[in-house]
Design a protein around this ligand. Sequence first.
Ligand SMILES: Nc1ncnc2c1ncn2[C@@H]1O[C@H](COP(=O)(O)OP(=O)(O)O)[C@@H](O)[C@H]1O
Ligand SMILES: [Mg+2]
Length: 366
Amino acid sequence: MRIKAIKLINYRNYSHLEFNPCEGLNALVGENAQGKTNLLEAVFLCAFGRSHRMSRDIELIKNDQNMSYIGLSVTGYTGSRQIEVKLSRGEGKKILLDSCPIGRSGELLGVLNAVMFSPEDLSLVKDGPAMRRRFMDMELSQLNPSYYYRLQQYNHALKQRNALLKDNFAPSSPGLLAMWDEQLANLGESVINARKAFIEELSGIAGELHRMISDGRETLGIAYEPDIRASCGISLHDAIIEALSSSALEDIRRGFTTAGPHRDDISISVNESDARIFGSQGQQRTAALSLKLSEIEIMKRHKSEPPVLLLDDVLSELDEIRQRMLVKSIEGVQVLLTCTALAGLKNAGLKDAKVYECKCGTLRET
Ligand SMILES: Nc1ncnc2c1ncn2[C@@H]1O[C@H](COP(=O)(O)OP(=O)(O)O)[C@@H](O)[C@H]1O
Ligand SMILES: [Mg+2]
């Protein structure tokens, strides 16, 4: 899959940009605050319907303007598609696919498959479980948009249950609580099963990559750590119901739901020791890199073509060996990468990159 053209009008610090990235490596070089991340964010927006920086839509509109346009032409083995996002201070966000408005941003998922890798991802291993859940959920949503809808429904039901718990638990509430428990069990079961299958596949691929990057010195172990699991004789659905009812009193006291897949984690070990707690910074970074690179491989397998890779300022955060591994493993992938200077990356193997200078919301081929 690749991006043929990007057009931005009054988006962030861009007044007007038309950019046709090449098929391989595109290096956007520039000082801080020139618009490099903004450009990758625009691509992410067209892949997921929202900013990876958790910014509100309105923040994407150029400060002194009322409307913003982000247009992307993409092409893949299923053909060419046009994704357009129109933002307006008064009317919010409209997304168009091949000129037809879409109702829900979930409909975008899978049209442009993209993997974003930014410096924050290097702390995927040492961060809290929320980041690792986000990692699973983003990849699974692109691979299978119905996962995204189920997760959304799960989160909605969870919110309703939490509201009920907070809301001075009334005498009529136990019946309502049982109703939400049933919904959470149905939706939670399918979320857990999808995550389990994903992590099983991920674990093999990431293990191999990690062995390569660490030159055979380290063995990576990845396992899904669900908050609730089926046990002998009890189905996953019933295990969730049981966990929810046995924590009900605690939940009422605390005002939120203390058990369920919203508490899941991924366990990560290096040489059989928990890398989240005991890993050195180097081991944690290698593991994070292996996990991110596995995303590309999984996408290739399931979608029959690689995703577009967005590398935001990560190369300079890695040592030379990891830089070279990263660049080697992205052969045949369209990459938009940003950095403040190419000089520091001269051994990373970027010689075939097309280089653009990014300055005050403009791009110039060098
Ligand atoms: N809505 C906006 N309107 C105008 N400028 C913006 C807007 N949002 C961000 N910017 C500007 O974009 C710049 C940051 O761009 P960014 O892509 O994060 O920089 P970098 O090149 O370091 O990655 C800052 O100068 C910021 O003021
Ligand atoms: Mg940046």
